[in-house]
Design a protein around this ligand. Sequence first.
Ligand SMILES: C[S@@+](CC[C@H](N)C(=O)[O-])C[C@H]1O[C@@H](n2cnc3c(N)ncnc32)[C@H](O)[C@@H]1O
Length: 307
Amino acid sequence: MNWLLKIAAFRVLSTLPGGSKVYHWAQQYVTHSLVATRERVSLKIEIGLLYWDWLERNAVVPLDGSHLDFGTGWHPSIPLLYHALGIDRQWLFDITPLLDAALVRETRETVAQIVENPAWPARLKLRRPLLGPLPADADWRAYLRGAGMEYVAPYGAAWRKLESQADLVTSTQVLLHISRAGLREIFAHIFRTLKPGGHFLATIHLRDLHATPQNGLLPHNHLRYSPWVWENLVNTGLMPYNRLKAPDYRALIEEAGFIIRGWEVEPATTQEMEAFLRTPVHECFAGYSRDDLSARHLFFAVQKPAC
Ligand SMILES: C[S@@+](CC[C@H](N)C(=O)[O-])C[C@H]1O[C@@H](n2cnc3c(N)ncnc32)[C@H](O)[C@@H]1O
């Protein structure tokens, strides 16, 4: 679909009562973007292992610790993996309830196909078998709870109860959807939720996710627009993007009181850099370096001071 048409449809939907339900329906039955395909789930398992390996390399393996997955989405792939890796207590946070029995069942089946394959390279890391299949007609929340996983969506009231409870917080491709002010608040909550010495690990796309090979948009198309145009004509409540860059995340993380332990910014490819140099960049981005603006992805690992 043409990019502008897609944006217009999103904007209309986001203003309609029940628009998010229609969006969800379209994701399920039109775009099929919620199906727990092997490709989608494998990608998340890889990210779960990227976090895990970072923790192992840095000698902080919370094998019997507690984990908060901030922004779980439609496939609880990482929580299911972490349960099999030995984590006993997990909170699955989302801004709005997205999971249901079908998604949990389907995700579990796909995770099983991956991690139970004898050729899967991380098999030896598992400390127990993957949680069994979700029985027909079972309550999916009770099923997750039975394995120490609590689905909390929305989560506003839960922060206070979880103060100093988590060893690890992870967030996978969520923070890019939250405004600077929202992140400031959330980072403060995550800081309070972690135990002293606990870790917060996240992955964040920095490139323009509206740009695809099909629609021909330049990979940095989002840099063209003023804040007003972006917020009032492009961004929608259904799928907002904050356009923050690595230095913005770094400043917010430091402001919250975290110590930065790992900070990996994936640069643009040569081809993307060539396209970036042809993109008219709005003056509101004048304070950033060329590398900051063209970067593709950020992974960070930060720690709450031990005392
Ligand atoms: C692109 S999906 C990623 C989901 C999942 N982490 C994954 O990697 O498959 C973005 C997720 O962020 C959630 N989200 C957006 N804003 C949020 C907020 N303020 N607090 C928590 N979750 C939020 C959405 O509901 C959605 O589940």
